[in-house]
Design a binder for this molecule. Sequence first.
Ligand code: PMV
Length: 317
Amino acid sequence: VPAPVASFEAFAPVNIALCKYWGKRNAALNLPVNDSLSVSLGNKGSTTRVAFLSDAQADEVYLNGSAVNRDSGFYKKVVAHIDLFRGLVPGCLRVDTVNDVATGAGLASSASGFAALTKALSGLYGLGLGDEQLSVLARLGSGSACRSVYDGFVRWHKGVRADGMDSFAKPLPESWPELRVGVLTLTGEEKKTGSREGMQRTVDSALLYGSWPEQAERDIARLEHAIVQRDFTLLGATAEQNAMAMHATMLASWPPLLYWQPESVVALQKVWQLREEGVPVYATMDAGPNVKLLFEANSTDDLAQVFPEMDIIVPFL
Ligand code: PMV
């Protein structure tokens, strides 16, 4: 029996995929074509507080302290997510979200945002949902959000059911205290094509996408092996190749989809040069121009010299 409380606050971390989620088998339910595997970024994420409002006609949504316009897509997505729960206890809510990572820093705050909102709503309505149920609900807000329910390494199992009830993420038991993620914010420019539209275009028009499910399956197996064996070269190389393969399917779409900017290419070439010089560093990119580096703690000084503007994140605190 649900026992609602007046307000509830929850945190969820941002995550970076080492094997990417790209392509949906059901767009309405955010059901993926392939499994994906990510690492959550420690204490970088979203903190969301939800509270019942008395006498309000509409939900109020605040992002980093500012009221969000009711006509915006962001507002509508948040309200649609609250509507999944509202049948239990009618009434409007105030939602306050604070993101640790600046919007435009190249880290998807929608994943941590929907995971934090889902946890907060479960708490507010007194549902006490388990992690797998939280992951299913977070997935409905944004696919990658289902992985942000957990810390550490996380695998999203694509599931086979049409209703998506078996499509949720589970954590891996291993940790990797030396692992570092370096975020290079190359341009804060808004992307023109969101991931939803980008995935659709790729699935619909890129013949090359036919090879993607097999790529993802192979890469997940390699990543899980690398994580168990603490084999950084295998982890980094697999993550980089997986990201490049995903971007290749985008480029093979029509009209072509290229999230890269000239600054992205410059950064990738620096990474490849560093590797030739013996520095173990690998790159990954998502649906935007920014480049994220994967390395271990003992390479930090070498990398800080080449990328002084890099933001260093410690996934396992
Ligand atoms: O969950 P979405 O719709 O933001 O899609 C995320 C897609 C990628 O970031 C490119 C890959 C991933 O697995 O995070």
